[in-house]
Design a protein around this ligand. Structure first.
Ligand SMILES: *Cc1c(COP(=O)(O)O)cnc(C)c1O
Length: 415
């Protein structure tokens, strides 16, 4: 048996564990993959249960760091841009539209850099710095690049970002603005990932790719911890999550298991996890439907929902295990209708629903029509990013007014 060591004196981490075969790794050094597959961070939950009072915890400052005993940080200096708890907003208009009574949006658009990627990057950069990393690199199809760049800047680290050439402009610009060395690649995110992997030896950078280091999951886990707390420790019936690399879905499922083991939940009712993808890029849906544990590379991946344009995920089996264990499913929605659902959701609720979350609105339409979601079930839809970062998703140019001519007022009434 391998010796179990604590990551830092005051952390409850016992060890890291391979998700594919259970091999144990020490937590007090920098780890990446094992057999090309991700590692879990494991905690002494018994010890946490004895040391932390659930109800006292809820009086701490309202940031993701209030759950620090369930995070690997220990006494590491935290790299933060002020990660407030994201609001859980009721969505009554959208609910009515789909015949639901109890629909909520967990609005991650309000986090630093305008997406939930900040949760993972805050943790990954905090831990990387603790282990002495000075240079990081990341492939990104959207928001990860900007978040990595911002937290690296905050930590005084050098950052390289590789993006598909057709990544939304604002994502390219935010990475550049934060001082990251940012490059366009004439391929998809997996091609960018290969550059980061191949450059490791000669460039000496640490690979921050989704699930290739163990800590981004732990950051994303805080979405599940917050949700549980915001639902008074009784989890909802269904969670709709736009799935790319799957960190958020995997992280939340891990959070729920840990909460259950801690005895912090009021009951053992687990949500059915729904991985939502676009018909333009649906590797998880195909693997789920055919009963496979691993997904095949999706060719010619194309979707306006750039965050879920992920043709291959190293954590595919972790996503599929989680949705199956939960009694959930993976479903793809029509790519051509994503802009329509985005407009519908933002105009009905005023919440800046990003294209990825708009795919979840599509899934809501699909699954309520099919009766898979019942009208009285509590449903939570994750708005993973801010709509305003997606200039490319705007449908048509606005009508023009010529200020040198007399205004035709009737035109407004007919709009
Ligand atoms: C990255 C991203 C996703 C996909 O997240 P995973 O947890 O990696 O599956 C979804 N939505 C947005 C806005 C993203 O930036």
């Amino acid at each position: 048996m391998s010796p179990l060591v604590s990551a830092t004196p005051s952390s409850f981490v016992t060890h890291l564990e391979s998700a594919i075969d259970g091999t144990v790794f020490a937590a007090d050094e920098l780890q990446t993959l094992h057999e090309g597959r991700p590692l879990w961070v494991k905690y002494d939950l018994q010890q946490i249960r004895e040391s932390v009072d659930r109800d006292r915890l809820t009086k701490r400052p309202e940031t993701m760091w209030r759950y620090h005993e369930l995070l690997p940080v220990g006494d590491a200096e935290i790299v933060s841009l002020g990660e407030r708890m994201s609001p859980l907003l009721p969505a009554p208009q959208l609910a009515k539209r789909f015949g639901l009574e109890d629909l909520w949006v967990k609005d991650e658009s309000q986090l630093p850099t305008g997406s939930f990627k900040s949760r993972g990057m805050a943790l990954a950069i905090t831990m990387a710095r603790r282990f002495g990393v000075e240079r990081v690199a990341v492939p990104s199809a959207g928001n990860a690049g900007g978040a990595a760049a911002a937290y690296a800047a905050r930590a005084g680290m050098e950052c390289f970002v590789f993006m598909p050439h057709d990544t939304p402009m604002i994502n390219q610009y935010e990475a550049l603005l934060a001082g990251a060395k940012t490059f366009q690649v004439n391929g998809l995110i997996n091609d960018c990932g290969k550059i980061v992997r191949d450059g490791k030896a000669s460039m000496g950078w640490f690979d921050l790719s989704t699930l290739k280091e163990p800590y981004r999951i732990e950051g994303k886990k805080t979405m599940g911890l917050e949700l549980a707390e915001q639902c008074d420790w009784s989890l909802p019936d269904v969670i709709l999550y736009p799935t790319g690399g799957g960190t958020g879905l995997i992280g939340m499922w891990k959070a729920f298991q840990e909460l259950l083991e801690l005895g912090w939940l009021n009951n053992s009712h687990m949500p059915r996890m729904v991985a939502v993808q676009s018909s333009g890029c649906d590797p998880m849906v195909r693997a789920f439907s055919s009963g496979e544990r691993f997904a095949e590379l999706c060719r010619d991946a194309q979707t306006v929902a750039s965050g879920i344009r992920v043709p291959a995920a190293v954590g595919d089996f972790m996503i599929l295990d989680a949705i199956r264990e939960s009694g959930g499913m993976a479903t793809a929605v029509e790519e051509a209708r994503i802009r329509e659902w985005m407009k519908l959701a933002v105009s009905l609720e005023g919440i800046p629903i990003c294209p990825e979350a708009a795919a979840c609105v599509g899934a809501l339409e699909q699954l309520t029509e099919a009766g898979w979601i019942g009208s009285d079930e509590r449903v939570v839809l994750f708005n993973t990013g801010a709509a305003q970062k997606y200039a490319e998703a705007i449908e048509s140019p606005l009508p023009q007014i010529d200020c040198l001519k007399e205004v035709d007022w009737d035109q407004f009434l007919n709009r």
